[in-house]
Design a protein around this ligand. Structure first.
Ligand SMILES: Nc1ncnc2c1ncn2[C@@H]1O[C@H](COP(=O)(O)OP(=O)(O)OP(=O)(O)O)[C@@H](O)[C@H]1O
Ligand SMILES: [Mg+2]
Length: 272
C-alpha cells in the first residue's frame, strides 16, 4: 500500500514536470508568434516612412520620416534583444541579473496583448543592485503574474511593475500591482495551492484555469531563496511582490588599483 502511494506520487511528479514543460513550450510558441507580428508592424512603419521621405524631399518631412524610422528601428532592436535574451537564457543557472532590463525585454512582447484587453502598463524602476536569479525562471514568474493580473481585469485597468531595493532584507523587490477585482481574504491562503483556481477554463487567448500558475511561481521563488508575498483588496486590486536575493558584487581587493584588474566598475544601482 505504501509502495503504491509512493509510486503514484512519483507518477504525479512526472506528470507535473511534463505540465510545467508544456506550459514553458506554449509560452515560447506564443512568444515567437507575438514577436513575428510585432516585427512585421515595425517593418511596415519603416517602409511607409521611407516611402514618405522619398516622396517629400523637403527637410521637415525628411526629418519626420527619419525620426519615425529611427524609433521603429530602436523598437525592433528591443524586440530582437528580448528574444535573444530569452533564447540565451534557457539555463537554470543563477547569475547577477538586472531585473529592469529583464522586465523591459519581456514587456515589449506583451504590449499588443495588453492593448487588446485595454490594460495600461506602467513601470517604475528604482535604483537597485542586480539580483541573483535564473533570468528565464523569473521571466516565467513575471508572465504568470501578468496573465493573472490581466485576467483579474476583464474590463481593462492598470498594471504597475515596480523594482526597488530593500536594503534591510538585502533583496531586490519586484512588484506586480493590478487594479483588478481582488482576492477575498478567505481565498488568500489557498491561491498558492496547486490546482486551486476560480477560473472556469482558458480565456479567449487560451490562457488560464488549471490553477498551477502561482504554485509554480512559489516553487521557483523558493528555490531562489526568495519570497513571494501578496496583498489584495476586493474591488481595488492585488499586488504580488517577489523578494529576490541581491547578487554579491565582487569587490576588488583594496590594495590593488582597479585598473590593473581590468574589472568594469559596477555601480550600486541605476535609475531610468
Ligand atoms: N492578480 C490576481 N487578481 C485576482 N485574483 C487572482 C490574481 N492572481 C491569482 N488570483 C486568484 O488565484 C487563483 C490561482 O491562480 P493561479 O495562477 O495559480 O491559477 P489560474 O490562473 O487560475 O490558472 P493557471 O495559472 O494555471 O492558468 C486564480 O484562479 C484567482 O482566483
Ligand atoms: Mg494563473
Amino acid at each position: 500500500m505504501a509502495d503504491d502511494s509512493a509510486s503514484l506520487e512519483r507518477k504525479l511528479e512526472v506528470v507535473e514536470a511534463e505540465l510545467r514543460q508544456a506550459r514553458r513550450m506554449a509560452s515560447l510558441g506564443e512568444l515567437v508568434s507575438t514577436t513575428t507580428h510585432e516585427f512585421n508592424n515595425v517593418l511596415t512603419t519603416i517602409i511607409n516612412y521611407a516611402k514618405l521621405g522619398m516622396r517629400h524631399k523637403d527637410e521637415p518631412s525628411r526629418d519626420k520620416a527619419f525620426t519615425k524610422i529611427l524609433a521603429a528601428a530602436n523598437r525592433a532592436e528591443k524586440i530582437t534583444n528580448g528574444v535573444l535574451g530569452i533564447a540565451r537564457n534557457r539555463g537554470h543557472e543563477r547569475v547577477a541579473t538586472d531585473l529592469a532590463k529583464l522586465i523591459d525585454s519581456s514587456l515589449v512582447l506583451l504590449e499588443r496583448e495588453m492593448q487588446k484587453y485595454r490594460i495600461l502598463m506602467e513601470v517604475q524602476f528604482e535604483p537597485a543592485p542586480p539580483a541573483l536569479v535564473a533570468g528565464n525562471e523569473i521571466q516565467q514568474v513575471l508572465l504568470n503574474l501578468l496573465t493573472n493580473a490581466r485576467q483579474a481585469m476583464p474590463r481593462g485597468g492598470r498594471i504597475l511593475i515596480r523594482v526597488a531595493h530593500d536594503p534591510v532584507a538585502n533583496t531586490v523587490d519586484l512588484t506586480v500591482r493590478d487594479s483588478g477585482n481582488g482576492i477575498p481574504p478567505e481565498a488568500l491562503p489557498k491561491i498558492f495551492d496547486r490546482y486551486y483556481t476560480t477560473k472556469a477554463g482558458p480565456d479567449a487567448s487560451g490562457k488560464g484555469g488549471t490553477g498551477v500558475g502561482l504554485a509554480a511561481c512559489r516553487e521557483i521563488i523558493e528555490a531562489h531563496q526568495g519570497r513571494i508575498r501578496v496583498e489584495s483588496t476586493v474591488g481595488v486590486g492585488t499586488a504580488f511582490t517577489l523578494k529576490l536575493p541581491v547578487a554579491k558584487v565582487e569587490e576588488p581587493a583594496a590594495s590593488l588599483p582597479i585598473a590593473t584588474l581590468g574589472i568594469p566598475t559596477v555601480g550600486a544601482g541605476q535609475s531610468r
